[in-house]
Write a protein of this length. Structure first.
Length: 333
């Protein structure tokens, strides 16, 4: 299915999404695969009602024959509970013998590993161990044989694909975000609600570096995979940036959202580009796209009951879920 470009926006920086795609229900989480799919199109997963939907998207910026976005649902998988977080395995691909593998976090504290050949096979493996809500999870990015998760039970846990725990790190407050170094696969970044970001060595199972944002609660953090000396986060209504080679204290901090900021995600293709989200009234979420070379956000948008935030693998384009739709913003720098 092809969907045309949304034309909107007034004379200020605020504008409508570049593209929108309708969904059957409210979108709880959405995630682009950060890995090549084996086709020109990118893989995207989102949760809607009691389903995890896997789709492909190809944008006109990637293929001049596409008008707007070419969006095709590959498969919808029944999921027992709403999904609060999604992660893609690097083993997912659509060429040769297709395979889809994602893991999910649900309100019951369980992690579910979904594996499908897009034919008859669908395997769902449940991983139990967290003593509360799981806030974020990620696959090891080189081979996808391990998963790291953080939760309200003050732990970061590392699992193999059979559900066995290979490491458990005790935290001082709820774990909010976890990121895996793209090349050094024995390094994890874990962000805690009280405002601390720590880096762990999986071999020694010890903390090797700690950052302090100087305020709490920290709502989200992300490791810049385009330049891994940069770490970003949101706490209170501010965004915060560290250069880990210079100091354990932030190099930059600026107010972003009037109310509590919710999410922070770096662009995958531009090391100075990142997005934050925050509350905008009772039902709307505000999206701000920032560039470190600009004093003000370069894009301002909003989504009704917005949820989730993810950047495209090769384009300066991010997606948020909303009420019965996916909203995509292209940033032209």
């Amino acid at each position: 299915m092809s969907f045309g470009k949304t034309v909107g926006g007034g004379g200020d920086a605020s504008r409508c999404p570049s593209y929108t795609v309708p969904c059957d229900n409210y979108v709880h989480a959405v995630e682009f695969s950060p890995f090549a799919s084996g086709t020109p199109a990118s893989l995207l997963a989102y949760s809607c009602n009691q389903y995890v939907v896997v789709a492909t998207c190809l944008f006109q910026e990637e293929d001049m024959n596409v008008e707007g976005v070419e969006f095709n649902v590959v498969r919808a998988f029944l999921h027992e509970l709403p999904v609060d977080a999604l992660a893609w395995s690097p083993e997912s691909h659509l060429d040769r013998i297709p395979m889809i593998r994602v893991c999910t976090a649900a309100p019951d504290g369980k992690i579910r590993l979904l594996t499908s050949d897009l034919q008859d096979r669908l395997e769902v493996k449940e991983m139990e161990g967290h003593g509360g809500y799981v806030n974020h999870l990620v696959f090891e990015p080189s081979e996808g044989k391990q998963i790291a998760s953080v939760g309200d039970d003050h732990t970061c846990r590392v699992w193999d694909l059979d559900g066995n725990e290979s490491a458990t790190f005790r935290l001082c407050s709820p774990g909010i975000s976890v990121c895996w170094h793209p090349e050094e696969i024995f390094q994890l970044m874990v962000a805690e609600k009280k405002g601390t970001v720590r880096f762990y060595d999986l071999v020694s199972q010890q903390a090797i570096l700690s950052l302090d944002c100087g305020q709490s609660p920290l709502s989200a953090a992300d490791w810049c995979l385009a330049n891994t000396v940069k770490v970003g986060a949101v706490a209170g209504g501010d965004w915060i940036i560290w250069d880990i080679t210079r100091s354990s204290y932030p190099q930059e901090k600026r107010p972003a959202h009037r109310d509590k900021a919710q999410q922070f995600k770096w662009s995958r293709v531009q090391e100075n580009l990142f997005a934050t989200t925050g509350c905008l009234g009772k039902v709307n979420s505000q999206l701000l796209i920032h560039h470190l070379g600009h004093p003000q956000p370069v894009t301002v948008g909003s989504v009704t009951v917005g949820s989730g935030l993810s950047w495209h693998r090769t384009l300066p384009l991010c997606v948020m879920g909303g009420d019965r739709k996916l909203c995509f913003w292209m940033t032209e720098m």
